[in-house]
Design a binder for this molecule. Structure first.
Ligand SMILES: Cc1cc2nc3c(=O)[nH]c(=O)nc-3n(C[C@H](O)[C@H](O)[C@H](O)COP(=O)(O)O)c2cc1C
Length: 349
């Protein structure tokens, strides 16, 4: 994989004085060196602080249509991960309702992502809870890696913490390495998973990879020639980039490509800048314009804003790019600044 592998450690329990965060903290601590060696970023998603209500979306998650900000934030968080660790207790022989709810919220976001279970409990050490969670994750097309860890609370939890032991820490390191190994192999499969049922009318949206750079460059030049004509200038960065430049920003931006079978027909990129979600390089092949593709890509990019970014989505375009400006204004953007031939627009998320 070209970028760092991102592992999301989901803490499933939510009650006061729970053990879950201590189990997750131990796993992160025990695997820190291995993660650094492998180039793995580990992030904890605590369902107690995320606070998802019981599933309240009107549409099936497979449509990718989320009306609530909490669903979009959860979707973006899971979408950004390459592999998942589920830290789950056993409640009455099963998984906690919080975990089932968090899984049910999404659909394609989980697909083809390797999942490692970190179960804990009393006599059964969480095995029955994990058994149930495994069944559900399989329905979501996740890939259980099988290197699961089970902690018997009486043997492993001391004063509310999990101190670990050389043997246990070793097993955690091996489990992370196995998760990474499988994530590396299935990454193209996960990237190719449709992000929603079919809101794109037969087109396929997926995260861009460095292999897309050459085609993005061609589409970009094609689209920005129109901008050059409209604004009567060749002083436009997008026109001067080469494939190496595109490959570079593919590593620092989240980029999505829209294809009609093999052909690239649209793309958009986004990234966090402070507390702003920057969106740019929204491009649609000239012969495909007028089908709503640009607006759909823009809406999709907005919805990928990570949790906690509440300020604005921002865009910059040429001041004479009337078609773009019309699209942005009708999508809720307002002009905040005009520069030398450019316009900055923002929209509250
Ligand atoms: C509602 C409930 C049901 C439980 N059922 C089981 C069980 O079936 N098997 C088990 O080994 N432990 C069971 N326990 C004990 C939990 O494993 C233990 O309390 C653990 O700390 C729960 O995880 P948490 O602290 O992160 O919530 C249960 C605990 C609760 C609160």
């Amino acid at each position: 994989m070209s970028q760092k592998t991102r592992v999301l450690v989901v803490v499933a329990s939510s009650r006061p004085h729970r053990v879950g965060p201590a189990v997750a903290d131990w796993f992160v601590r025990a695997t820190r060196t291995t993660a650094a060696e492998l180039g793995v970023d580990v992030e904890i998603a605590d369902l107690a602080t995320i606070g998802l209500p019981f599933l309240d979306e009107p549409d099936h998650p497979s449509t990718g249509r989320y009306v609530h900000a909490h669903s979009r934030a959860w979707s973006a968080r899971v979408s950004a991960a390459d592999a998942i660790v589920l830290v789950t207790p056993e409640y009455n022989g099963g998984m906690p309702a919080t975990l089932k709810n968090a899984l049910d919220y999404l659909y394609d976001e989980w697909a083809f992502k390797p999942v490692l279970f970190l179960g804990y409990g009393n006599t059964s050490a969480g095995t029955r809870g994990v058994q149930m969670a495994r069944q559900v994750t399989t329905a979501l097309r996740m890939i259980p890696v099988g290197a699961d860890l089970f902690l018997r609370i009486a043997d492993t939890v001391l004063d509310g913490t999990v101190p670990g032991s050389p043997a246990l820490d070793d097993r955690a390191r091996d489990a992370l390495a196995e998760l990474y190994r499988i994530a590396s192999v299935v990454a193209p499969l996960a990237a190719a998973a449709p992000v929603a049922d079919d809101p794109w009318h037969g087109l396929t949206l997926r995260r861009a990879t460095p292999d897309d750079a050459d085609e993005i460059l061609v589409l970009q030049r094609c689209c920005w020639v129109d901008e050059a004509l409209a604004n009567d200038t060749l002083d436009i960065a997008a026109l001067h980039e080469d494939a190496g430049d595109v490959r570079d920003w593919l590593g620092t931006w989240s980029v999505w490509c829209l294809r009609d079978r093999a052909r690239l027909v649209g793309a958009v990129r986004a990234r966090r800048s402070g507390d702003t979600w920057q969106i740019g390089r929204l491009m649609v092949a000239p012969d495909q314009r007028g089908r709503g593709i640009g607006r759909a890509l823009l809406t999709y990019a907005e919805a990928q804003a990570p949790a906690g970014l509440t300020r604005t989505a921002s865009l910059t375009t040429g001041s004479a790019s009337t078609h773009n400006i019309r699209l942005y204004r009708s999508s809720g953007y307002e002009t905040v600044a005009t520069g030398a031939g450019t316009v900055d627009l923002v929209k509250p998320l």
